[in-house]
Design a binder for this molecule. Structure first.
Ligand code: PLP
Length: 367
C-alpha cells in the first residue's frame, strides 16, 4: 500500500508535539542514587513498604515477554490502562473535533462510539448484515475523506462471531487513507489467526487485545495495542507518562509466565460454552442461540425483557442487548463456571415452568 502516509492522518498539532520528558526517561539505569523524581526515599505505608518509586513508563519487560508469546516487536506494542486508553488515544491522535469522523459497524462494542462522542468526532454507521457479517463493499463506499479510523471487532461483541477474514482484508486494503482497527479482545476463544501477523504488511492496521478476558485480569485494566512502529511512537508521545502502575506491571509479568494455564482456562470455558449453548437451544422459549467464537452467547428469546427482569429478581445478571441494532429480543450471556451456568439454566427453567412465560410472554408472542 504505497499511498498510506500516517502523517496525513495525524492532527497537525500532534505531528509537532514535544512529549513530556519524565525523570525516568532521562536516566534509564536501575542502579544509582535517585534524587530526580521527588519520590519518598523512605518507602511507603503499605505492609511491604514498596511502590515508592515511579514505574517503568515504557513497560519494557512486559513488551519483551509479549513479543515472545505473540511474535510482535516491543516497538510495535503499546500498553494502555485498559483497551479504553488506546481507543481514546487513537481517536485523539487522528480526529480533528467537529470535523473528522470514524466508522463503526453496529452492533458492536460501545466504547468506540463513546470515545468519538467525547471527542466531538462524527460517527458513520455501516451495520453488519442480518447474520452479523461484515459488508466490506458498503464499508468502503461509506468512507469519507474525513474518516480517520474504521473500527472492526472480531470476534464481535455482542454477536460473538468472528468476522470473515477476507472481508476484513478487503477493508484494510481498500481503506488506504484510514486506520483500520481490529479489536481482538476475544481472540483467545476464536479459531481464526490474529491479525498481528499482518502488521508488517499493512501500515494502516491496528490490532487491539486485552488482559481482561482470557487472561482473567479485568481488574488490572491492561490493554494491548499493536501497530506500526511509527503509530506506536505517536501513542507513546501522547500517553500519560506513567500510565501502567507498578503492581499492574508486576502481575502482568507473572501472568505471562503461565500461558499454559491461560490456555487451559480457555479450553474449560469453551467446553462450558458448548454445554450451555446446547441446553439453551433445548428450551422452548429460546428462539436462537447464535454461534459464538467468544466467551459469551447472544441468545434470542420470546420476550427478552421479561426474562431479563426475572433473572435480575433471582440475582442472575446477564446483559440486555434487546435495544441494540439487529439484536431485538436478545440477551448476551457470559459463559460462567459449570455451577453458575447451572444456576442460570435452573432459573430459566423455573421461569418457563411458571405461569409467567405462558401467560405473559407466550401470549405476547402468539399475538
Ligand atoms: C471487553 C472488551 C474489551 C476490553 O476492554 P478493557 O478496557 O481492556 O477491559 C475491548 N474490546 C471489546 C470488544 C470488549 O468486549
Amino acid at each position: 500500500m504505497p499511498t498510506f502516509q500516517l502523517a496525513d492522518l495525524l492532527r497537525p498539532h500532534i505531528r509537532t508535539l514535544t512529549p513530556y520528558s519524565s525523570a525516568r526517561d532521562e536516566y534509564t539505569g536501575t542502579e544509582g542514587v535517585f534524587l530526580d523524581a521527588n519520590e519518598n526515599p523512605l518507602g511507603s505505608t503499605t505492609a511491604t513498604g514498596r511502590y515508592n518509586r515511579y514505574p517503568d513508563p515504557h513497560q519494557a519487560a512486559i513488551k519483551q515477554k509479549l513479543g515472545l508469546i505473540k511474535g510482535v516487536r516491543p516497538t510495535q506494542t503499546f500498553l494502555g490502562n485498559g483497551s479504553d486508553e488506546p481507543i481514546d488515544l487513537l481517536i485523539r491522535a487522528t480526529c480533528q473535533p467537529g470535523n473528522d469522523s470514524i466508522l463503526i459497524v453496529p452492533p458492536t462494542y460501545g466504547m468506540y462510539e463513546v470515545s468519538a462522542m467525547l471527542n466531538d468526532v462524527r460517527l458513520i454507521r455501516v451495520p453488519l448484515t442480518a447474520d452479523f457479517e461484515l459488508d466490506a463493499t458498503a464499508v468502503l463506499k461509506a468512507v469519507e475523506p474525513t474518516t480517520k479510523i474504521i473500527w472492526l471487532c472480531s470476534p464481535n461483541n455482542p454477536s460473538g462471531n468472528q468476522l470473515d477474514l477476507e472481508a476484513i482484508q478487503r477493508v484494510i486494503e481498500g481503506a488506504t487513507h484510514s486506520l483500520v482497527v481490529v479489536d481482538e479482545a476475544y481472540i483467545d476463544f476464536a479459531s481464526d489467526p490474529s491479525w498481528t501477523a499482518q502488521l508488517d504488511r499493512y501500515p494502516n492496521l491496528v490490532v487491539l487485545q486485552t488482559f481482561s478476558k482470557a487472561w482473567g485480569l479485568a481488574a488490572l485494566r491492561l490493554g494491548m495495542c499493536f501497530a506500526s512502529e511509527e503509530l506506536i511512537g505517536v501513542l507513546n508521545k501522547i500517553k500519560p507518562p506513567y500510565n501502567i502502575s507498578a503492581p499492574t506491571q508486576e502481575l502482568a509479568l507473572e501472568a505471562l509466565d503461565h500461558v499454559d494455564e491461560k490456555n487451559a482456562m480457555v479450553r474449560q470455558i469453551l467446553a462450558e460454552r458448548s454445554i450451555l449453548s446446547e441446553q439453551l437451544r433445548a428450551m422452548p422459549m429460546v428462539q436462537q442461540v447464535y454461534s459464538s467464537d467468544a466467551n459469551f452467547l447472544l441468545v434470542r428469546f420470546d420476550n427478552a425483557k421479561h426474562i431479563f427482569d426475572y433473572l435480575i429478581e433471582q440475582q442472575v445478571i446477564v446483559r440486555d442487548r434487546s435495544k441494540v441494532q439487529l439484536c431485538a429480543e436478545c440477551l448476551r450471556i457470559s459463559v460462567g463456571t459449570s455451577a453458575e451456568n447451572g444456576t442460570l439454566l435452573a432459573r430459566l427453567q423455573q421461569f418457563q415452568d411458571s405461569g409467567r412465560w405462558t401467560v405473559d410472554a407466550g401470549l405476547v408472542a402468539s399475538q
